[in-house]
Ligand binder design. Structure first.
Ligand SMILES: C[S@@+](CC[C@H](N)C(=O)[O-])C[C@H]1O[C@@H](n2cnc3c(N)ncnc32)[C@H](O)[C@@H]1O
Length: 273
């Protein structure tokens, strides 16, 4: 776990003077230190250090929070983005209710299960499910990932194309899901618990690699994924779906009831009888 950046090593860079109030608010919320802009942050920090940039983004409203590595030649930023880019493309042209993720959580014609996304991350999977009509509670425990996701959801809630999906169907909760499941409110009982914990192994896609490297330096690997799966299976929720790289072993060695496989990914489906 020593590859994880301490919170104190992560700095906030504010890219234009207009955004200073937003950056100050973020510094207050996270306790992180502010430096002027990503260029001066990079000069202060050794290569490989992590910055959250508060920046304008022409394709979506408001300011965008971007996680990036400092230093020359560092890969591009990572953000929670629902209005533009791949999320937009997937919303408009993705595989609909027939795509593997939707089938894995049990979507059928006229059936939109209520989902608890136990490992929200940047909310991509949750947004796909919400775009298809599911109500999703997204739980994230990393304060850094949580602020990025909150920012993505806030921006999407002001865009006419994504407003309804985000404000009516997606609710973000800052918690550790293992604890959250112990106190699960019966009124908010989901039909499905979905989990996609960080996998310690390697992956081939360049985009995933960039995201995963940054994620890993901020939060490490989710070494308690076994405990999370046990907590999910011990809850009163009937269906638990675990996303894994296709070749990865089952979490905790637990045999799923069934699975759905794609080229690189596997959805292990556990049904409680
Ligand atoms: C691989 S990412 C999930 C990516 C996500 N499915 C998406 O589509 O963007 C895993 C995330 O789960 C979070 N996580 C892992 N275990 C958790 C737990 N017990 N409670 C809350 N969040 C957890 C990590 O902090 C990380 O942000």
């Amino acid at each position: 776990m020593n590859d994880i950046k301490r919170m104190a090593d992560i700095k906030i860079a504010v890219e234009t003077d207009d955004l200073v109030p937003a950056a100050l608010e973020l510094a207050k919320q996270t306790g992180l230190e502010l430096c002027k802009d990503s260029k001066s942050c990079s000069m202060d920090n050794a290569d490989g250090d992590i910055i959250i940039s508060v920046t304008e983004y022409p394709e979506s409203p408001g300011y965008r929070l971007e996680l990036r590595q400092a230093g020359k030649g560092a890969p591009g930023p990572v953000a929670a983005e629902f209005v533009a880019g791949t999320a937009r493309h997937r919303r408009l042209y993705g595989g609909g209710r027939n795509q593997p993720l939707a089938r894995a959580i049990g979507m059928k014609s006229g059936v939109n299960p209520r989902v608890l996304d136990a490992t929200a991350g940047l909310g991509k999977d949750a947004f796909v499910l919400a775009s298809l009509g599911c109500r999703v509670d997204l739980i994230e425990r990393s304060p850094i990932i949580h602020v990025l996701l909150e920012n993505g959801l806030q921006r999407a809630a002001t865009d006419p194309a994504t407003k309804k999906i985000v404000s009516e169907r997606m609710q973000l909760i800052f918690a550790d899901t293992i604890q959250y499941l112990k106190d699960l409110n019966i009124q908010r009982l989901p039909d499905v618990i979905y989990m996609d914990p960080m996998y310690p192994g390697r992956t081939k896609s360049a985009l995933v690699k960039k995201e995963m490297r940054l994620f890993k330096s901020v939060i490490g690997s989710d070494i308690d994924a076994d405990e999370l799966l046990h907590a999910a299976l011990n809850s009163p929720v009937k269906r638990v779906v675990v996303k894994r790289p296709r070749q990865a072993p089952n979490i905790g060695g637990l045999e799923p009831f069934t699975m759905i496989q794609t080229k690189n990914t596997r959805y292990d489906i556990y049904i409680r009888h």
